[in-house]
Ligand binder design. Sequence first.
Ligand SMILES: [Zn+2]
Length: 420
Amino acid sequence: MCQPPGSGAEVDGLSNGLLDLHLHETIAGVLRERDPNSSTVNQSGYIWTTIPRSFLDARCNDPAGETECILRGGMKEAILAQPGFSCGVPAPLETAHTINPVPGRGLGMFATRELRYGDLIFAERPLIVAPAAYMTRAPPTETGEPSLEWLFMEWEDLLKAAVGRMSTENQEAYRALANSHVNDGSPPLLGIMRTNGFSASEALLQVFPGLSDGPEGRFSAVGKVLSRVNHSCAPNATVVMEPLSFTLQLIAVKPIALGDEITVTYCGLLDTQKQRQAQLDSYGFTCECPACSNAAESDERRTKIAEIRKSLGEHEFEMWIREPSLPEDYLMKHVGAMIDLIYEEGLQAATEYAYALELTAKSICAAGHIGNLIQATIAYKAALSTELGVTSPRIQDRLADFKSYLLKRTADSESHQEEE
Ligand SMILES: [Zn+2]
């Protein structure tokens, strides 16, 4: 059995044990039908629907198949209404991965060529996108909360209907995925989703801003191939759901050599070793990576990274732009210290690293260091790919926004001095 990817702060699919028992709502009448162009709505507003494999523009087809979805009303329309949807399933110019056995750990993914930070390794349409937290209207038990058994049963029915709509091939693929929740009462389809889900919440929020930021707005996506990627506490890749292509994308966050195993995190990267291991327990393995074996030093560095990041907000950046009396390296010395710690821990997968590259690029731009600007822009663009996905139109928006900072510190400082 391979160790499947799952949840955590970075890969925030289904948090272990995340079962929201407080909002009570019933799922009734689980209907099944196989027409991928139709949708079925149940009483509580969940819709079983399909993001099809075929579009008018054949370049947008994914030969691997369609995605079954359990969504709220209006979400599918919002996905299809994105300008340029679907831009098709992106692929690297040359195949970059292979799946091989890993001694003692089932299967794993390996690089078949060199990769750089920000490179797309692989993308696929998910087999399923479904709620990552389930609201039940089951009657409360003596503790005041509905029974877990009831909740599991309703949630499993929801998934059964979606899996029942899949092609035979996709049903078999879904059922063949690893399930590390066999002993906690999770029924099988739910167990597989809890084991293999990546977060789709951010992606769906981008196209459907009305989505709740509470548990009912959280969605999870399960990929057939990406479920084979193993865990590391210092991973060399990250998975992001990109809405315009409606794909899960695996993107390199470190230089990767030919033959290296490709890994992602199943837990919160800046959490302590103890916290990480607690999250990994539900996957049924103990992590013995260098960071976990050397917990005291590693925890200290990870905590320090989080602390520095907190002190480098938008407010500090704007203040540095406006205040000519602040030294040129006011922010960059802290950014530099954070990057050093990130390299020591091998934590380029953390969002703090992408943020450091963004802040570096903006500072160079604002201070007018034109000589370094191209390199900083390339690094920032790669960072945006790791956060948004390589096909995201938001990358161009963010780059345009960043160019508006050009010479801003010089200009703002001058006008500030004139006012004085
Ligand atoms: Zn570890």
